[in-house]
Ligand binder design. Structure first.
Ligand code: TUI
Length: 325
């Protein structure tokens, strides 16, 4: 499928692999890029030196375009913003904040900037400051989330901006890919679906947990603190959620709820009880492993089956029918 996204980035299929912290390493990102999508390294809370090394690794594994996701709550964000320029990275996505402070430097260095947003307000601001495209991420996603659903958010962002929009959150099948295109998106980003592929290096226990999840197995914690995070239910998350609704003087002992370092514990050590197993609401429909290439191929063929061989012109026509939003 060709859209403005494939043209902008020089990729074959407008499918991004979400830049998942601790998960999206050179192995996964290179596999997705080599399969014709956009692989994205997850910067997460890693320091600039580590991210620079990850960039070297992915460059050794693929000649295709890839991106780096910069998590804006990272303590080293200034150094990381400069590191991607120094390394000649061509595509940056951002999450968990506004990248306004770095936009000018990235644009000057010829980096394509694609902020991940959860509202039309930030999407508009990003377009004004020079973003090349937008990822509109619904609350169905895993990890740090906003309030709006993908179904409600994507068409409103599409109407609010004229740059291309990529839909994220709640997408793990060709039907959902087709639905996103019907909402006006010109591509999709998936995280959870890529967690179980061969090239994803998360601990085997993490993959099993995703494969065994059902629709209602995710939980959101951290709302009270202003950083809502969706992950799979486990002992840690039940304790964290319970603590949020308890009066301050009755809080569970701090030692029972150790959130710092908990994503690493799940991803690297396979700690399924006291680790944070970030995953989206679609975990319940991720029942296969496959490879990055088999996923992209199935989505590419599936969307053409669903929308017809002329899916790209159908899309163009859809976008012209603005009265239908
Ligand atoms: O960033 C994500 N997903 C993430 S980041 C992450 S690492 C983390 N772990 C624990 C706590 C916090 C972060 C795990 N998953 N997705 C993109 C995204 N960005 N979703 C929502 C937002 C967002 C939220 C608020 C973007 C901007 C914003 O406010 C911007 C502003 O200042 O107006």
């Amino acid at each position: 499928m060709q859209t403005r996204i494939t043209e902008l980035l020089g990729i074959e299929e407008p499918i991004f692999q979400g830049g998942m912290a601790w998960v999206a390493d050179a192995s996964l990102a290179a596999a997705v890029s080599n399969a014709g999508g956009l692989g994205i390294l997850g910067g997460g809370s890693a320091d600039a030196e580590t991210i620079s090394r990850m960039i070297d690794e992915v460059q050794a594994l693929t000649d295709k375009p890839f991106g780096v996701n910069i998590m804006l709550m990272s303590p080293e964000v200034d150094a990381i913003a400069q590191a991607v320029i120094d390394k000649g990275v061509k595509v940056v996505t951002t999450g968990a904040g506004s990248p306004s402070d770095y936009m000018e430097a990235w644009k000057a260095a010829g980096v394509k900037v694609i902020p991940v947003v959860a509202s039309t307000a930030l999407a508009r601001r990003m377009e004004r400051s020079g973003a090349d495209a937008i990822v509109a991420e619904g609350t169905e996603s895993g990890g740090h989330i906003g309030e709006m659903t993908t179904m409600a958010l994507v068409p409103q962002v599409v109407s609010a901006v004229s740059i291309p929009v990529v839909a994220a959150g709640g997408i793990a099948s060709p039907r959902q890919y087709a639905a996103a295109l019907m909402l006006g998106a010109e591509g999709i980003q998936m995280g959870t679906r890529f967690l179980t592929v061969e090239e994803c290096t998360v601990h085997p226990a993490y993959k099993e947990k995703v494969l065994g999840a059902k629709d209602s197995d995710t939980i959101v914690t951290g709302r009270a603190k202003g950083t809502p995070v969706r992950s799979l239910k486990n002992k840690l998350m039940r304790a964290a959620r319970a603590a949020e609704y308890q009066p301050a003087d009755e809080t569970t002992e701090e030692s029972e709820i150790k959130l710092s370092g908990s994503l690493r514990r799940a991803v690297v050590e396979g700690d399924m009880d006291t680790g944070t197993i970030m995953a989206g609401q679609v975990a319940g429909m991720v029942t296969e492993r496959g490879t990055a290439a088999s996923v992209i191929e199935a989505f590419s063929a599936g969307v053409e089956d669903l929308l017809g061989l002329d899916a790209a012109s159908l899309l163009q026509a859809n976008q012209k029918r603005e009265h239908l939003v």
